[in-house]
Design a protein around this ligand. Structure first.
Ligand SMILES: NC(=O)c1ccc[n+]([C@@H]2O[C@H](COP(=O)([O-])OP(=O)(O)OC[C@H]3O[C@@H](n4cnc5c(N)ncnc54)[C@H](OP(=O)(O)O)[C@@H]3O)[C@@H](O)[C@H]2O)c1
Length: 323
């Protein structure tokens, strides 16, 4: 089978497309013929080995696994005899976690990993995005920020994968949402449902005479310190990319009075929690007819280009590779 292979850490140019052995599912495994995989900033980190701390998981000197790609959607082609909840032909989507392996024609996964059937009415390209921005933004806003109706929410990086879901979810929770993006994305963000938009190329939002109950920095471009003056008295600042001080506060469980500096790590959430969150998000796709923000789609042969684009930090929503 054809796969995108990466045997050392480095720039996107080290990726090679080659033939590798097609896996055969064991008793408790499912063989998925992959249709699409996501290319996320995290996928790129697995290839660069940066930040260095990530190598504790991905391999110290070289990647522990050579076929990357965390999130996939596709169709079940074969099953082990002990798999009871799925059948051949089911359309499924899921995340391989640290095992990776989605950038290949076939992906062999255990039935107890994060794998779910795709609801009939939902497009494959849309459902897969829930695994990235969707299940990241939901615990941030619902659990960490404890978002409530009518609250004022500022989403920084509203045009990204996590940020666009941040906007959609904050609107779902009936908050008043201001999105921060560049000039080129203003219309895009308005169409996502933002009540107000701030163009960060023209306005320094940290200097505005405004207050927000929740500031969700989905791209890690601001800081708690810089945003403190625009955070309400009991306001919560959340970032997907924590600095050392945020991590230390969390590590030592420092009680924060008044304004709070918070972080969540989606990757560390347990699989049953993720299933519950995906059920909620699927419901939103089906019942509220939400359309995730989609950017370019690349054939697998162009995965180098796809990874370079994602690394530029300027994608709009979600980038997919077609396998
Ligand atoms: N904590 C977790 O569990 C977790 C989970 C998933 C992802 N993450 C992390 O979350 C981050 C975001 O991921 P993502 O996939 O959503 O990112 P992304 O889609 O790559 O973000 C790109 C977007 O960010 C915007 N942007 C860039 N600079 C900006 C700035 N200064 N102010 C406002 N917007 C700016 C860009 O818009 P312009 O082109 O207009 O600048 C672009 O649309 C990544 O670092 C990822 O590793 C964390």
């Amino acid at each position: 089978m054809k796969a995108s292979v990466c045997t050392k850490y480095g720039s996107a140019d080290i990726i090679v497309i080659k033939d590798i052995t097609k896996p055969i599912p064991k008793e408790d495994e499912i063989l998925v013929k992959v249709a699409y995989a996501i290319v996320s900033p995290t996928d790129c980190s697995f290839r660069t080995g940066k930040p260095w701390i990530a190598r504790l998981f991905s391999g110290l000197l070289k990647p522990r696994v050579s076929v990357h790609g965390e999130m996939y959607v596709g169709v079940i082609e074969d099953l082990g005899c002990n798999v009871k909840d799925f059948k051949v032909g089911d359309r499924v989507y899921g995340s391989n976690g640290m095992k990776l392996g989605s950038y290949a024609e076939y992906n062999c996964v255990k039935d107890k990993t994060l794998i779910r059937k795709v609801p009939d009415t939902v497009e494959s390209k849309h459902i897969i995005t829930l695994l990235d921005g969707g299940i990241t933004a939901l615990p941030f806003l619902r659990d960490k920020a404890e978002i409530k109706q009518g609250q004022k929410v500022l989403v920084i990086g509203a045009s990204g994968s996590v940020g666009s879901f941040g906007v959609v979810l904050a609107k779902h929770f009936k908050a008043h949402v201001t999105g921060v993006c560049s000039t080129a994305n203003v219309e895009l963000i308005k169409n996502l449902g933002c009540d107000e938009v701030i163009d960060y190329k023209k306005t320094n939002y940290t200097k505005l005479d405004k207050e927000y109950d929740i500031i969700f920095d989905a791209v890690g471009k601001s800081s708690f310190g810089a945003c403190k003056s625009i955070l309400s008295k009991e306001g919560r600042y959340l970032t997907t990319v924590p600095v050392l001080s945020t991590m230390l506060k969390l590590l030592f469980k420092k009680k924060q009075k008044g304004k709070k500096d918070l972080f969540a790590a989606t990757g560390l959430r347990k699989i049953p929690q993720k299933h519950k969150d995906l059920e909620i998000l699927e419901g939103m796709l089906v019942r509220e007819n939400i359309k995730p923000l989609m950017d370019n789609e690349y054939p697998m042969d162009d995965i180098i280009e796809a990874q370079k684009y994602v690394e530029s930090g300027h994608k709009k929503g979600n980038v997919l590779v077609r396998i």
